[in-house]
Design a binder for this molecule. Structure first.
Ligand SMILES: Nc1nc2c(ncn2[C@@H]2O[C@H](COP(=O)(O)OP(=O)(O)OP(=O)(O)O)[C@@H](O)[C@H]2O)c(=O)[nH]1
Ligand SMILES: [Mg+2]
Ligand SMILES: [Zn+2]
Length: 343
């Protein structure tokens, strides 16, 4: 009991300190914006957010004489939350800095709930989600399925990417191949590569050319290593797996956008431990399982939960092997984790 009270008090204090810190930062920011706006600002122009640092963002000029150059920009107070990949209207200051004036409409956004369950966009205007996994850290099919649901929900093309193919050996090849088979059977695009040995990197490059892609996946699967392999000259930070847990160590802390010399963009994002789907409904989840598409609406009961109802089209397909047991288990796991009013 005493411990719990202490924890509550502690977390209240932490929240208070964080709140005060955020308020001080906001004040500093608004003073910086005022100072900039009081000075000599350049004309309004469009830019691309290539990285995000708390209250400031890095913007690449998309037009004008500074095209291609990067500016550290402050945000006007009334702006919506910006993410990497956003296009904005901004004005340059005279010291490599600037002010963001407006956010331009997004044509896609990949969202996920934050620690408090609140929905947060992680990248904007991407047209391909590259779901990266590896033999180590051990892949979780359910996490892959969650990303697939998020991709289908956002209407963004998914690409499954197995990295660290060099780590496939006698002791894990069966498990890995069984996992890959699930997605091959569903018709998803799948590539096997090794950032370390370079296998498959040329093929991957071809798949990314001309697209705006975002790398997502568990921490430690090698997303940043792949960026380094794909874009020589870019030297983004890579971190060893924890010796204790064999998991990634959350090396990348902010999503960052890179350009391919021949066109196309790639966003490296921070790895995650869990990927909630708080913002999607049961219908969205069902629509995200592409093998359900032809079956939905064919159950005897309109509000069928596909649990044990008689005349359920999904259960029958499961029995006949048209739905893979692992995917059905994954579907149930995801549904069970949705907030209750979404059931
Ligand atoms: N054997 C092997 N190891 C790799 C390969 N690619 C990356 N690694 C290693 O995996 C570890 C994690 O790599 P990162 O690139 O930092 O992984 P990440 O996905 O960016 O991790 P976060 O930034 O934390 O999300 C490092 O020790 C890399 O050297 C590969 O193809 N083969
Ligand atoms: Mg990384
Ligand atoms: Zn049913």
């Amino acid at each position: 009991m005493a411990k719990r009270q202490l924890n509550r008090r502690q977390s209240w204090r932490i929240e208070k300190i964080q709140g005060e810190r955020a308020a001080r930062a906001a004040k500093r920011e608004s003073r910086a914006v005022e100072a900039l706006e009081g000075g000599d600002l350049g004309p309004e122009q469009t830019g691309l957010v290539i990285a995000h640092f708390g209250v400031q963002v890095e913007v690449e000029a998309l037009q004008g004489e500074c095209i291609g150059q990067v500016f550290r920009c402050h945000l006007r107070a009334n702006l919506p939350a910006l993410v990497t990949g956003d296009q904005v209207v901004w004005r340059a200051g005279n010291q490599g800095d600037g002010v963001i004036v407006a956010q331009l409409p997004r044509n896609s956004e990949l969202c996920r709930p934050d620690m408090r369950g609140q929905l947060k966009p992680v990248a904007a205007n991407v047209d391909q989600i590259v779901i990266v996994f590896a033999p180590l850290p051990e892949p979780h099919a359910n996490l892959i399925d969650r990303y697939l649901v998020a991709a289908e929900h956002a209407g963004i093309e998914p690409l499954l990417l197995l990295n660290k193919a060099d780590l496939i050996a006698a002791d894990n090849s069966q498990t890995i191949n069984a996992l890959l088979d699930v997605y091959r059977q569903l018709g998803y695009s799948l590539l096997e590569v090794s950032a370390h040995q370079g296998d498959g990197i040329a093929q991957l490059k071809k798949r990314l050319d001309g697209h705006v892609s975002v790398f997502v996946g568990q921490s430690g699967v090698g997303k940043s290593s792949l960026v380094n392999g794909l874009l020589p000259g870019v030297d983004t930070r890579v971190g060893a797996l924890s010796e204790l847990t064999g998991k990634g160590t959350h090396t990348t802390t902010t999503a960052r956008l890179f350009h391919f010399p021949g066109g196309g963009q790639l966003i490296d994002s921070p790895g995650i431990r869990e990927f909630g789907l708080g913002h999607v409904s049961r219908d969205d989840v069902e629509a995200g399982f592409i093998e359900f598409n032809d079956l939905l609406g064919r159950c005897r009961f309109r509000d069928c939960k596909h649990d044990r109802e008689p005349g359920c089209a999904l259960l029958q397909a499961l029995e006949e092997g048209r739905i893979q047991p692992q995917r059905m288990a994954s579907y149930r796991h995801i549904i069970a984790s949705l907030p209750e009013d979404d059931y």
